[in-house]
Ligand binder design. Structure first.
Ligand code: ZN
Length: 149
């Protein structure tokens, strides 16, 4: 199995069985995201413990890329500090817009590296980044729905 197939399998797996799906009742930090280009919708709730993301859940409906991205993101940021999560977000955006050569250290990305091929399909970049923009909005406490437009 080459790397491309492995990445594809990872995305399909997270789409079929999304991790951290649902809503945190004690959340406190939440936001909605909408990608009108594809119709993806996501709702993210986050529980913070100081500046650490103690828990995160998401729900919504969307294409395989948006669902898998929200699922893999939730695993990637859980237990991370806000600074670490912001760094991952920046690296992820760099990966999907500029390609794997542009990121600081591909090892930092872990499973997020599965989205490396998304950059070839500009419309899909919005599907892949929707959950991240929504997480950022939730952490800032913004009430409005985030759109990718
Ligand atoms: Zn989509």
């Amino acid at each position: 199995m080459d790397l491309q197939e492995l990445y594809q399998e990872l995305i399909l797996d997270h789409n079929r069985q999304p991790r951290n799906r649902g809503v945190l009742e004690c959340g406190g930090h939440e936001a909605d995201g909408y990608n009108p280009l594809c119709g993806d919708r996501v709702h993210v709730t986050v529980e913070l413990d100081g500046d650490v993301i103690k828990d995160i859940r998401f729900e919504g409906s969307g294409c395989a890329i948006s669902t898998a991205s929200a699922s893999i993101m939730s695993e990637a940021v859980k237990g991370k500090t806000l600074t670490e999560a912001k760094y991952l977000f920046e690296q992820f955006i760099t990966l999907v817009t500029e390609g794997p050569e542009a990121v600081d250290d591909p090892e930092d990305l872990g499973k997020l590296a599965a989205f490396a091929g998304v950059g070839k399909y500009p419309a899909r970049v919005k599907c892949a980044t929707l959950a991240w923009h929504t997480l950022t909005s939730a952490l800032k406490g913004e009430e409005d729905t985030v759109t990718t437009e």
